[in-house]
Design a protein around this ligand. Structure first.
Ligand SMILES: Cc1ncc(COP(=O)(O)O)c(C=O)c1O
Ligand SMILES: N[C@@H](CCOP(=O)(O)O)C(=O)O
Length: 354
């Protein structure tokens, strides 16, 4: 008998601070693969694992938090939900709102959303409002809407979101048998690194792990407020998912860094896009640009002499590459341009087989 994964609420209900007996609105999120990276393990002389969050139902980690937020919103009698988004939160919210029968309202920075994410939000029935401004402006607007009108805010400022998202560290420990030495990940609005840290500390307190990892968060160089220690008024990066200038979970993320002995560091767009391509070609894992920031950071660390030798390293790759094929194809360049006649000799020659 094969058992289907039940989604993060049912798998971890006892460990989540949710209203008693809340009915789960689930698309069976979570239970994502932890994939060995032979490439990165070889480069670092460490044991490097990728937590592949693009395998969630809407293809990003947001689903872990959204199952919780939408379940609670529905139980509380909400009719509509709202979020500000750089794309993935809106895709996830729209899908779970559809499942729950709630009206999804999305606020996105005009012209800065990858097409795949926009398609997801629209197809799931969201009312998408393009805002002249960046993500930080959208979040301020979403907070105000939720304050003034009967609509539930489901960004990660809603603490229920982090309850769902902390299950990713439970899964890491359940699979590895203990916490890793170090956990690397991209950071934007900073809810996810805060949720991972919450999960790791709770598992330690429960005796399900014996140690805590150092939490290392990587931001895009043009949108690195946590690295600089002050908000960035005009954040800019090709990794649009982490184009955030004033992270809502700033204090929680700083606490995660300080308590874990970790750090925040910046990676350039060139490093991010290069890491995205290398990860796809060497490990077979296709992620969106922002999702490659942790891998870019690991590569930058190795280049600058930081040693990971002998350690267990987990890198969360947060969302699927199919979300933003335009940026990926720009990077693929000449590789996509070979046109031939339907002729075996021409095909063999063009493919380098003879
Ligand atoms: C693909 C992807 N990676 C990373 C992040 C950053 O996560 P957080 O905002 O929780 O720091 C986001 C969005 O927030 C995202 O969509
Ligand atoms: N990258 C995020 C930004 C907002 O995220 P949230 O986790 O704080 O809701 C997105 O996908 O919109």
């Amino acid at each position: 008998m094969v058992h289907q994964w039940r989604g993060v609420i049912e798998e971890y209900r006892d460990l989540l601070e949710l209203p008693e007996g809340v009915e789960a609105v689930t698309l069976r999120e979570g239970g994502t693969p932890l994939v060995t990276s032979e490439w990165l393990s070889g480069l670092t002389d460490a044991e490097v694992w990728l937590k592949v969050e693009g395998c969630n139902p809407t293809a990003s980690f947001k689903d872990r938090g959204m199952t919780a937020a939408i379940s609670v919103a529905k139980a509380d009698g909400a009719q509509a939900v709202v979020c500000a988004s750089t794309g993935n939160t809106s895709a996830s919210m729209a899908a779970y709102a559809a499942k729950a029968g709630l009206k999804p309202i999305v606020l996105v920075p005009e012209g800065k959303i990858a097409a795949g994410k926009m398609a997801q939000a629209l197809l799931h029935g969201a009312q998408v409002l393009m805002v002249r401004g960046n993500f930080d402006h959208c979040l301020a607007l979403a907070r105000q809407l939720a304050w003034d009108y009967p609509v539930e805010l489901v960004n990660s400022v809603n603490p229920v979101r982090l309850q769902g998202q902390k299950t990713a560290s439970f899964e890491v420990v359940d699979l590895l048998g203990d916490a890793p030495d170090v956990h690397l990940m991209p950071v934007g609005n900073a809810g996810n690194i805060s949720a991972y840290w919450m999960g790791y500390t709770e598992y330690l307190a429960l005796g399900r792990s014996t140690r805590l990892p150092r939490m290392v968060g990587f931001q895009a160089a043009g949108a690195a407020p946590l690295v600089h220690g002050e908000p960035v008024p005009d954040p800019e990066t090709r990794a649009t998912a982490i184009r955030v200038g004033n992270p809502a979970s700033w204090k929680l993320a700083e606490a995660a860094r300080n308590e874990s002995g970790g750090r925040f560091a910046a990676v350039t767009d060139e490093q991010i896009l290069s890491a995205q391509r290398e990860l796809a070609r060497r490990d077979g894992v296709f992620v969106e640009p922002a999702s490659a920031a942790g891998v870019a950071g690991l590569l930058a660390d190795v280049a600058s002499g930081t040693s990971y030798a002998g350690q267990t390293v987990v890198v969360t790759v947060t969302g699927h590459g199919l979300k933003d094929t335009a940026t990926a194809l720009e990077g693929a360049g000449a590789l996509v341009d070979t046109v031939i006649d339907a002729d075996v000799d021409a095909a063999a020659a063009a493919a380098g087989l003879r």
